[in-house]
Design a protein around this ligand. Structure first.
Ligand SMILES: Nc1nc2c(c(=O)[nH]1)N[C@H]1C(S)=C(S)[C@@H](COP(=O)(O)OP(=O)(O)OC[C@H]3O[C@@H](n4cnc5c(=O)[nH]c(N)nc54)[C@H](O)[C@@H]3O)O[C@H]1N2
Ligand SMILES: Nc1nc2c(c(=O)[nH]1)N[C@H]1C(S)=C(S)[C@@H](COP(=O)(O)OP(=O)(O)OC[C@H]3O[C@@H](n4cnc5c(=O)[nH]c(N)nc54)[C@H](O)[C@@H]3O)O[C@H]1N2
Ligand SMILES: [Mo]
Length: 689
């Protein structure tokens, strides 16, 4: 038998790696295995198992085949839906949106989306419809609002040092609040290359996760205490003369006021807050102070706290304090997404924004749908939802509230999906979506520097259609006007590239990708940071970044605003990503399900002994919002008062059908907002049958 041909593509899932792919094409409808492209110098032939097995997802028997109208009760699944045509489905959605708008005004319709695909046309086209129609806007807080603000507070722009420098040049790599083995495995390839040269790996994380198990030094800190750790490290660096004072004077706003602020932020002070021994804090500070070529890879994980943005900023001060930015292999990366500077006016319809239109906090969808007047800002209730690329019934904070909102009888819901997700099951109209293998798109990345353009590998499944089709067809019916509605996906990609000064789409496709890497000076901010005075800011002006919701301390510190342990709630819960799932995706594929088993709570053996919990037994985890029954996994690589439930499991996989996000608060993170998935104080109780 001849070898199957391989077609180039790009992984669209919500992940920093945005892998360059080679997809085995078996026939015009079928794929075989998927591989990471060997000739892409970031992907480097590495690929996570779940995408390697993508045939299981794209050819899954539960893929949605046809538009559906619900004829039975909400939340029951496919059996209460009946098939309708695309014309009927789109007409009904447009009619209902129009009826609700006539009754309550345009802001009663809320297009709700996230990054189920990271392809810019299929992901962000919904914004064009929103703006052209004057529907309620969305403050996207579920993932990167806190981390973006924290990073940009100091540097001014969302880009950093090319991760490919790690392999050859870094002497120390610090993975801070990211479980890269689970969430961006390609990075580990570059870390392993560096390891061969003797580079030291440090992992800063509250539990010994799969990444920390590979570290030379694991800083096992209390959740939400990163600000204290970073601040004390700066104290040590100054005290031991390991700070780069010339760099500080030239490139930062460092001053005597900051120096005296840091004078009493001792390792002893931080040890109390972080639970990390004094000697370890000093060791870590000396390591980064003595090795100027230290590369910090900051993740999202440690920003999913009320003080997350503040802590990201505090940690991002370290490479400035030591001057690490000046060296190849030194500096930091949180995300490169502003490296590409694409003009997204056409895709997103930003030229049609009416600034008076209200902006609703995505992570507070439960409160919003349940009519919280503060969230609604004096505007109309939400009576119609259009949902693409997200599964809020599973992924949003305060999920019982979210469910209550979705259950409203007077709420019209249209969900465009690949599967009958928990959210789709609440819809009135469900539309079947193509996967990335069936449509065109353009991709930028957080974790690397490549811009990619992808074409379909196989034909669309059954009656599935791309997001762009749905948006344009609704625009036509609703009378929305914008150039983007008149163009094909490829024309939008091409024009966007042209408007941004890039080669055309076909050229980039033919050369597989376009490396947008900046030169050394630029990438390392040696021409200045992107703040108004070009300096890195230890004392940021948070108001530059958006509407600030709190009074933040001036300098890096311990900002004590997390959900603290108390007598009633003596434990802290972290709901970090599981390896075989990607957010809510892949929870449907057999291999991922088999490898993950069932939801479990990792709890320290001494805690288990004290509470009478047994391995494989059940524990009830609760707080004022809800309680969740889940199996115990005795796990000693975690602090005694921290509990880990790797996520995101469907709610119905938990013993009582109540999932872990029922415990997570929808309070916005301090600063510009942001969901607080890893900031929850809880109680634990053994479960007696
Ligand atoms: N407990 C807990 N909760 C979390 C997190 C956590 O760490 N812990 N992480 C949070 C984070 S960081 C995020 S980003 C969110 C993510 O939450 P979501 O955005 O909901 O997650 P995804 O699973 O990435 O994508 C959602 C859906 O998009 C669909 N989809 C994919 N491609 C397409 C397409 O081309 N068209 C259409 N119409 N649909 C498509 C998929 O089938 C999937 O059901 O979850 C958050 N929730
Ligand atoms: N397999 C898989 N890959 C994914 C995803 C997935 O769900 N599964 N999700 C994708 C998405 S949307 C995103 S945004 C990224 C997120 O990926 P990451 O940047 O890795 O962020 P998180 O996954 O939220 O959390 C990672 C780590 O943060 C730790 N953490 C929690 N609280 C704290 C704290 O206070 N301080 C410190 N230092 N660490 C803390 C957790 O214990 C966890 O080990 O991953 C993407 N990749
Ligand atoms: Mo995310």
């Amino acid at each position: 038998m001849s070898k199957p041909i391989r077609i180039q593509s790009t992984c669209p899932h919500d992940c920093p790696s945005v892998c360059a792919l080679e997809v085995e094409k078996l026939d015009k409808k079928t794929i075989g295995r998927v591989y990471g492209a060997k000739d892409n110098s970031y992907t480097s032939g590495t690929l996570c198992a779940k995408v390697g097995n993508y045939a299981e997802r794209v050819h899954h028997p539960d893929r949605l085949q046809s538009p559906l109208k619900r004829i039975g009760k909400k939340g029951k699944g496919i059996e209460v839906f009946s098939e309708i045509t695309w014309e009927e489905a789109l007409d009904e959605v447009a009619t209902r949106f129009q009826e609700q708008s006539d009754k309550y005004g345009k802001e009663t319709v809320w297009p709700h989306f996230y990054a189920g695909t990271m392809g810019l046309v299929q992901r962000d086209g919904i914004e064009r419809l929103r703006h052209a129609m004057g529907y309620s806007r969305q403050h996207s807080t579920i993932c990167s609002a806190a981390s973006d603000a924290g990073w940009k507070a100091g540097t001014g722009v969302k880009r950093g040092v090319d991760a490919r420098e790690i392999g050859e040049h870094s002497d120390v790599v610090v993975l801070w609040g990211t479980n890269a083995v689970h969430t961006q495995v390609n990075l580990m390839h570059h870390v392993a290359q560096a390891g061969k040269r003797g580079c030291t790996l440090v992992v800063v994380d509250p539990y010994r996760n799969a990444t920390a198990k590979r570290a030379d030094l694991h800083i096992m800190l209390q959740p939400g205490s990163d600000g204290a750790l970073a601040t004390a490290m700066m104290h040590v660096l100054l005290k031991e003369n390991l700070a780069d004072r010339e760099y500080l004077a030239e490139y930062t706003d460092f001053n005597s006021e900051l120096e005296s602020h840091l004078a009493d932020k001792t390792p002893e002070w931080a040890a109390e807050i972080t639970g990390v021994p004094v000697a370890t804090i000093i060791e870590f500070a000396r390591l980064v102070g003595q090795n100027k070529k230290t590369y910090y890879r900051f993740g999202y994980g440690f920003t999913r706290s009320r003080n997350g943005a503040f802590n990201m900023h505090a940690a991002s001060c370290l490479p400035a304090m030591t001057g690490a930015w000046q060296y190849k292999g030194g500096g930091a990366l949180y995300s490169n997404s502003e490296l590409f500077k694409l003009d997204k006016t056409l895709i997103m319809g930003t030229d049609a924004i009416d600034p008076k239109t209200r902006i609703l906090d995505q992570s507070r969808i439960g409160e919003i749908l349940c009519g919280n007047p503060i969230d609604l800002q004096g505007g109309p209730p939400i009576t119609a939802l259009l949902i693409q690329n997200t599964n809020p019934m599973m992924v949003s904070p305060s999920s019982l509230k979210v469910k209550k909102g979705f259950e409203r009888d007077d709420l019209f819901i249209c969900v465009h999906e690949q599967f009958m997700t928990e959210t789709a099951a609440m819809a009135d109209i469900v539309l079947p979506a193509t996967t990335f293998l069936e449509h065109e798109d353009i991709y930028v990345a957080g974790g690397h520097t490549f811009l990619q353009v992808a074409k379909p590998v196989i034909e669309p499944y059954a009656n599935a259609k791309p997001n762009h089709y749905v948006i344009c067809e609704l625009a036509k019916r609703l009378g929305a006007k914008h150039a983007g509605f008149e163009m094909s996906t490829w024309e939008i990609i091409d024009t966007t590239l042209k408007n941004s000064g890039f080669p055309d789409a076909e050229t980039i496709y033919q050369q597989k990708w376009l490396d947008c890497v900046r030169d050394f000076e630029e990438a390392h901010f040696l021409n200045g940071f992107e703040t108004p005075d070009k300096k890195f800011h230890f004392a940021p002006d948070w108001s530059r970044l958006g509407k600030v919701n709190a009074t933040m301390p001036t300098f890096p510190d311990h900002y004590s605003v997390t959900d603290k342990c108390s007598e009633e709630k003596p434990f802290r819960l972290i709901t970090a990503p599981a390896r075989q799932f990607l957010n809510s995706s892949f929870t449907e594929t057999p291999t991922s399900q088999r490898r993950e088993g069932r939801p479990s709570a990792k709890i320290h053996s001494s805690t288990c002994a004290a509470l009478g919990l047994e391995d494989d037994g059940l524990v009830r985890i609760g707080n004022e919002q809800a309680s969740v029954l889940v199996h115990v996994e005795v796990y000693d690589d975690v602090q005694k008062d921290v509990v880990i439930v790797e996520s995101i499991w469907p709610n119905n996989k938990f013993v009582e059908g109540v999932g872990i996000n029922s415990l997570v608060s929808s309070d916005p993170g301090h600063g510009i907002g942001g969901a607080v998935f890893h900031d929850t104080a809880v109680w634990l109780q053994p479960h007696s049958h």
